[in-house]
Design a protein around this ligand. Structure first.
Ligand code: NAG
Ligand code: NAG
Ligand code: NAG
Length: 382
């Protein structure tokens, strides 16, 4: 009966081989790659703006939304740490940092923060993020509540830095506000990155209003202005620095907008231009437009809140706080507070950008002071 044993052994071997092959196929065969037609289920929004253009305000519109994890100016850390670089040299580092933040990978900050135990409060302006003021970061506030920054700052700063990643991952939308990009070209790889689902909100503001606002916050902007101007800092007379800055800012807005028009359709729909003045004139409609673009519902408590903060009285004392002040009044303040000769100079420097964005020049001092004269054109803005 030797041959029966042999056949049984053979059958066993064949069976084992089949099982092995089956398992091998299950675990080791190259699976078809996930087809990148479906973008990441998370949504990413970049609020792209420049200093003193109402981007903190727009940032808050998103930060207070219960589906949003928001960070304000994370690239501040890049500019602080690598402060000998110029804005152009730092753009790639800024982009890579923003990409990591979108993917909730906060290890990227290792390169830009001191060693040793870190807290949530090591992050620049962390308290402007409602997500870092509510569970799982801080259990003193409700995730669905409007959380005042000052209250959050005193109560929620002690969380370890590592919490930030966990918090970020618990949201469907990651929104970042940055003033440290000067071209759309730098951002192109993020727009086409299959692990991201990026939309860009390009927020601009009347250069004359920006100029006025920068005058009032010159000291706070000094470090950044130095990086933007680079070698020009010493070459150009101090009194001309503000105009050089405005030239750089106006040019970058023009370039970004023009580059966006040249994108293929599938990417161009990921870009939205918004003027700060339109936002303050009709906050509810414009906010609803922004939320729709980002794929967020305009929840009832947010509608009431937006109404509240845009009808508030007073001018707001600290330049980085945006709540409870009459934003509409502020958007026209340059008209009675800037000397006309400065306005003329600015209008020359920023002419192309102003033409493109529908900001009409004040041709005389009378026109500038006469507030019934509308200097905002709707002709070119969709
Ligand atoms: C809006 O303002 C009213 C009146 O000051 C206040 O009672 C209410 O809590 C505010 N609501 C929001 C959501 O800010
Ligand atoms: C608001 O605008 C008016 C002019 O329309 C101006 O006189 C006033 O100083 C501004 N500021 C405030 C706080 O109302
Ligand atoms: C202010 O502008 C309005 C609208 O253009 C004009 O009708 C009015 O006469 C101007 N007022 C003065 C004092 O120039």
């Amino acid at each position: 009966m030797f041959w029966i044993k042999k056949i049984r052994l053979l059958l066993l071997l064949v069976f084992q081989s089949l099982v092995f092959l089956f398992l091998f196929q299950q675990f080791y065969s190259p699976r078809p790659c996930p087809i990148p037609t479906e973008k990441s289920s998370h949504k990413h929004v970049l609020i792209l703006s420049s200093w003193r253009s109402g981007s903190s305000f727009v940032g808050q519109l998103f930060s207070q939304h219960p589906d949003v994890f928001y960070l304000m100016e994370p690239a501040w850390h890049v500019w602080l740490t690598l402060s000998s670089g110029s804005a152009g040299q730092l753009q790639m580092a800024v982009r890579d940092l923003v990409r990591s933040v979108f993917l909730c990978d906060m290890s990227v900050f290792d390169a830009y923060m001191a060693w040793g135990p870190r807290k949530q409060s090591s992050l620049f302006q962390w308290e402007t993020s409602r997500a870092l003021c509510s569970p799982p970061a801080c259990h003193l506030f409700n995730r669905e509540a409007i959380i005042p920054q000052a209250d959050c700052k005193t109560l929620c700063g002690k969380q370890p830095f590592s919490t930030i990643e966990e918090v970020c991952k618990s949201y469907s939308h990651v929104v970042v506000k940055e003033v440290r990009f000067f071209s759309l070209k730098t951002l192109h790889p993020l727009l086409t990155d299959p692990s991201l689902n990026l939309k860009i909100i390009h927020l601009i503001r009347d250069p004359r209003a920006v100029f006025r606002s920068r005058q009032n916050t010159e000291q706070e902007l000094l470090h950044d202005s130095h990086i933007v101007m680079g070698k020009q800092w010493d070459r150009i007379k101090g009194e001309d620095h503000p105009y050089y800055m405005m030239k750089t800012i106006c040019q970058s807005h023009k370039e970004i907008h023009e580059a966006a028009q040249l994108l293929p359709d599938s990417l161009r729909e990921r870009y939205l231009l918004i003027r700060y003045e339109d936002l303050v004139q009709d906050p509810l409609t414009q906010t609803s437009k922004l939320y729709e673009f980002a794929g967020l519902p305009f929840l009832p408590h947010l509608q009431i809140w937006v109404h509240n903060i845009t009808q508030g009285k007073g001018m707001g004392k600290h330049p980085f706080y945006t709540d409870a002040r009459n934003a509409r009044n502020i958007s026209q303040a340059w008209r009675w507070s800037l000397p006309h000769d400065k306005v003329v100079k600015l209008q020359k420097i920023c002419k192309d950008t102003m033409d493109l964005m529908g900001y009409l020049p004040a041709l005389s001092e009378e026109d500038q002071r006469n507030l019934s004269m509308d200097l905002l054109s709707t002709a070119k803005i969709p």
